[in-house]
Design a protein around this ligand. Sequence first.
Ligand code: ATP
Ligand code: MG
Length: 582
Amino acid sequence: MSQTIKAGYRIMSPNLTDYDSLYHSFNWQNEAVNLEGLPANKGLNIAYEAVDRWAKGDDAQRIALRWIRKDRSYQDYTFSGLQQLSARFANILTTLGIMKGDRVFSLTGRIPELYIAALGTLKTTAVFCPLFSVFGPEPVFQRLSRGDAKVLITTSALFEKKIKPLMERLPALRYILLTDGSLPLDARVLSLPRLMEEAGKDFLIPPTDPEDPALLHFTSGTTGMPKGALHVHKAVLMHYVTGKYVLDFHKGDVFWCTADPGWVTGTSYGILAPLVCGVTNLIDEEEFDAMRWYSLLEEHQVNVWYTSPTAIRRLMRMDILPMKQFTLQPLRLICSVGEPLHGDAVLWGEKAFGMPILDNWWQTETGGIMIANYRSMKVKPGSMGKPLPGIEAAVAEITKDGVQIISEPGKQGQLVLKSGWPSMFRNYLHDEERYAQCFQNGWYITGDLAKTDADGYYWFVGRADDIIKTSGHMVGPFEVETALMEHVAVAEAAVIGKPDPLIGELVKAFIVLKRGIRGDENMKQEMIGFSRKKLGPAVAPKEIDFINELPKTKSGKILRRLLRARELGLPEGDISTLEKSG
Ligand code: ATP
Ligand code: MG
């Protein structure tokens, strides 16, 4: 905790120069004036802020999206081009009778049609819901039916494989638009290219109330059945503010967010925030590949890169020296989200890229980054950073009497956020009761545990559901995992509580060893000894299993509940988001 990295690496003055002073003077109204609003005071629409306002003026010919195909050739879309394409898509929906609030889904890889459909849907005030294309038919069915999908955009291949068998079970799904079909298959399955050709290129965005629903996102399903979180057009203010202060967008920047739009990061930051801030957004159609990623950073002169701890860990395991092998001078900021970023990964950033990797924390429900490290602020490796200006966060104990804020540093509790920020989710799909339970005394209860330190930095402890109660201690798996990861032989670790008649739960660790290292009894004893020294006997794991791979969600999060269920021989629960479940 005591280690710090000095601020100010890499030139180019950051937008946020003094955290404390901005935090204290911040006011949402002052930031809202940087958005334009619909002409003639007709409200606030995300797509207008992302595309149309740039397409009107000097920025019309700037590159909004650069789409890199699997074969590495690429195609650019200017703000003006994107305005016309999204307008055509909006006209298609209108002609098909899609109304305000209706749900439009996508199930595609990262292809331009997905981005055009997202923006076009937002223009009409229908609600957009992108699905991750690797979901199997059942998870797709669950989401389409729970989400009352009226329109689905997909490819012919995905249609044949996943949608066709579901057609009869989805009577409310009125239209399927095939991105690569040249002719309609029937009255329900239409050709998107054909419709785009026929549609007009002008579309007048209807009046949009900032509280009108805009996006539906399903959570990752790490702790249970994925929940559908509903977001509104006002979220665009958060996209703007976090783009400016966390991702530090400057005019002329090239930005790359590696998340798929099927997860909230891939929409809020993989589509919207860069466009809202007027910077060029890179989209890679291909999945993770270390050499490809480094060479894309080089070739496209990426300035700001947003990725995940899972990807960073994979890069760390390879013998590649990015700064030696690639020219990465333009890169000035790397951020990470989705899971805890251990201190060693932050420091690896220094070695590999000449800058620490900046962790930030948020959830599907929050719609945007809530706690972050900033370029101008000292980094404490392993900490999530400090609340975004405009966001009030706290650590609290939740009792029958409500939310009791814990002000002493070092004491862990529930991470809570003062409700009312612009991108706060406005409901859980079909589950208002659960939504209501997330709020108490004006605070949103995140379900994560955290603590602060004397300097006001936040430290992730674990998910409330994953907390282990052992011999009267509350142990966060993150703390134990972090200690284990410090052992040179450990590549990854996940820790669970296993019921024990004597001590409540015993701490059990699942460890993936680095390549070439054998997980035998000696190694087990070595690990137990090592962690006892670091953590003390009460917290150190008492049982260790070596496994080849940790079960993870498709978005890269460790599924501790699955390790626990398997360990105890219990039902596995919803595994629709499990990496290998297809
Ligand atoms: P579900 O709610 O369905 O169980 P999920 O919580 O994993 O799934 P997301 O909304 O995608 O779904 O993920 C948000 C969660 O990811 C956070 O609540 C937190 O537990 C974890 N997370 C995100 N960023 C960080 C971070 N920087 N450090 C630690 N944990 C993080
Ligand atoms: Mg969650």
